[in-house]
Design a protein around this ligand. Structure first.
Ligand SMILES: CCCCCCCCCCCCCCCCC(=O)SCCNC(=O)CCNC(=O)[C@H](O)C(C)(C)COP(=O)(O)OP(=O)(O)OC[C@H]1O[C@@H](n2cnc3c(N)ncnc32)[C@H](O)[C@@H]1OP(=O)(O)O
Ligand SMILES: CCCCCCCC/C=C\CCCCCCCC(=O)OC[C@@H](O)COP(=O)(O)O
Length: 298
């Protein structure tokens, strides 16, 4: 090969990472793309690394600890400060159903921040087909439902209700049933509420504050920021029957919508953030008071 051509090629190869770095620092959409890609790659990589370890135990909710440990570092990499309010409301003697709003895949970061021991999420069946990610989810005892086949989903929920009592298992459900980047919550699906009524266990609502200050897929913006997770008082279902489910669903949704509206306002007033390890974050002023409610899970 012509030595001059080789030299030019080498220079090009050296300049490429530099150009990418400059683009990353100065182009928010490029930074957004890189951060989203890194998020997915992290999950695939950790699932690939940890699935064999999880497989030694077989399918078990105990593997949720591994899943949690795999996802907990993400908040530091992204400079997202997690504040958990009223986490003591999750300390209940028996199993329960957690219902939480669902904005984006980023919710996984909030979920692992507060998810109690022996608690598994309900997920769409499609996740099962994501290679090692599906395998890791299955090994962690995640419950899969086919959203297109209501009867089959209802059957899975009925089986889950008996498992909850027999195995002291709590369940995490995103009752909106799909990701919702909008500012208010979607109408709730009723599966989580039927599940709680069938198992006769309490419902614990959890609200994750809106991400719009630091994450917006529409605007291709992903900076550092603060996320507040609020646990609401449990709602008992003892003595309730299926006919009570519509009312129960609406009252829980109402309580969560009120909390979300309140958190949207206070989050705008109280900004503070962690320095991201993945390069530049937001330069919206200096961190303010971190709030006396700031608390992280042990
Ligand atoms: C090991 C290391 C690993 C490291 C790697 C890490 C990997 C990380 C990956 C982590 C993955 C985390 C997973 C998170 C995934 C999040 C999701 O996937 S969210 C999407 C899935 N969730 C849901 O869909 C929510 C649950 N869905 C429902 O509750 C639905 O109700 C439904 C059961 C699917 C039915 O849906 P639909 O028919 O559209 O809706 P409804 O309006 O609710 O119901 C209609 C009708 O049916 C009645 N009904 C509903 N459920 C029941 C029931 N269980 N029993 C009886 N009847 C039921 C309901 O009452 C309505 O009838 P009505 O007469 O109008 O009342
Ligand atoms: C052999 C196949 C190889 C496949 C390689 C797969 C690459 C996968 C890349 C990344 C995996 C990341 C998985 C993150 C899981 C996020 C959970 C989540 O948020 O699910 C969305 C679901 O709640 C609602 O879905 P919809 O909004 O209805 O949609």
């Amino acid at each position: 090969m012509d030595p001059l051509l080789l030299l030019l090629l080498l220079h090009g190869l050296l300049l490429l990472p530099l150009a990418a770095l400059l683009l990353y620092r100065h182009s928010p959409p490029f930074q957004f793309l890189c951060k989203v890609a890194f998020f997915n790659c992290w999950i695939v990589a950790l699932a690939t690394l940890l699935s064999p370890v999880a497989a030694l135990r077989g399918r078990s909710v105990e593997n949720m600890r591994l899943l949690r440990a795999a996802l907990l570092p993400l908040k530091h990499l992204y400079g997202i400060r997690m504040r958990v309010r009223d986490s003591e409301l999750l300390r209940l003697p028996g199993p329960f159903v957690i219902v939480c709003n669902h904005q984006a895949s980023l919710d996984l970061m909030g979920m692992v921040e507060v998810i109690p021991e022996r608690c598994v999420p309900i997920a769409k069946r499609e996740l099962l087909y994501l290679g090692t990610v599906g395998w890791a989810c299955w090994l962690s005892g995640i419950i899969f439902i086919d959203r297109c086949r209501r009867d089959a989903a209802i059957e899975v929920i009925a089986r889950t209700a008996s498992a909850m009592r027999q195995e002291n298992l709590s369940v995490w459900v995103f009752p909106e049933g799909t990701r919702n980047p909008g500012k208010s919550m979607l109408p709730f699906k009723r599966g989580a509420f039927h599940l709680a009524v069938q198992a006769q266990v309490p419902i614990v609502p959890i609200v994750i504050s809106p991400y719009w200050d630091f994450f917006s897929p529409e605007e291709k913006r992903f900076t550092s920021g603060t996320c507040t997770i609020r646990v609401l008082p449990r709602v008992e279902t003892l003595g309730l029957s299926p006919k009570d489910v519509p009312k129960l669903t609406e009252s829980v949704r109402q309580a969560m919508a009120e909390a979300l509206a309140e958190m949207s306002m206070s989050d705008h007033r109280d900004q503070d953030m962690e320095q991201p390890l993945l390069g530049p974050g937001e330069d919206r002023g200096s961190p303010q008071g971190q709030g006396d409610t700031a608390r992280s899970r042990k």
